[in-house]
Write a protein that binds this ligand. Structure first.
Ligand code: G16
Ligand code: MG
Length: 219
């Protein structure tokens, strides 16, 4: 029985990945490192500092910790300038309706995001009140694929792992859900998300009945 759904933010609720990409690209270019959309895939679901390390590795560059802190702050300022201009219509199609449907049917809902900007983004999109619990990059010490973010979400909702379903777009996020002992629906390309129990391309037309069917097929 499904009692709780946990949602990743970037790539599941809103396409902030493009803003992370633009901000990292601007930063990388300033360092003389070329950074493509393909490289950006490596950063999805990954923490800010780890993302910077990946970019520096791509450019065979090593920097002192204080220099890295400065760059991470600079990237975040560029990112925030995009986020502050974001409008409600940037919510991914159907996701708000799906969350409203499941809540109406008594399922509790949490956000499980690696982002330290998650609350700001929810506020900007006027959807904070859709979540019974919010676990974000400020509350976790272990990055996905560690299950911490989803285990803390389940704990906050007071639901056991086996009654939870996670929605994720990132490989590391699907792994985190599996490590938490939860069912996982991948959102995006099936070829990246083969570890998920099922993959959907998006939430348009998706409903609780389909979700229940997916999960009962599996058992
Ligand atoms: C997100 C993104 C990552 C980003 C991370 C940290 O996670 O997918 O690309 O690096 O948050 O974001 P911030 O710099 O805002 O703290 P998620 O878990 O919501 O997909
Ligand atoms: Mg994501």
């Amino acid at each position: 029985e499904i009692k709780a759904c946990l949602f990743d933010l970037d790539g599941v609720i809103v396409d902030t990945a493009k803003y992370h990409y633009l901000a990292w690209q601007q930063l990388a270019n300033g360092l003389g490192i070329s950074f493509t959309e393909e490289h950006n895939e490596l950063l999805k679901g990954v923490s800010r500092m780890r993302s910077l390390d990946i970019i520096l590795e791509l450019g065979n560059t090593t920097l002192a910790d204080d220099e890295k802190m400065k760059l991470a702050t600079q990237k975040n300022e560029i990112y925030l300038s995009y986020i502050q201009r974001m409008k409600d219509d940037e919510l991914l199609p159907g996701v708000k309706e799906f969350i409203e449907e499941i809540r109406n049917k008594g399922i509790v809902v949490a956000l499980g995001s690696a982002s330290k900007n998650a609350r700001l983004i929810l506020k900007q999109l006027h959807i904070e009140e859709l979540f019974d619990a919010i676990i974000d990059g400020n509350e976790v010490t272990q990055a996905k694929p560690d299950p911490e973010v989803f285990l803390k979400g389940a704990e906050a909702l007071q639901v056991e792992s086996r009654s939870c379903v996670v929605f994720e777009d990132a490989i590391a996020g699907v792994e985190a859900a599996k490590n938490a002992g939860m069912a996982c629906i991948g959102v995006g390309d099936p070829k990246n998300l083969s570890e998920a129990d099922q993959v959907i391309s998006g939430f348009e037309g998706f409903n609780l009945k389909q979700l229940a069917t997916f999960l009962s097929d599996k058992n």
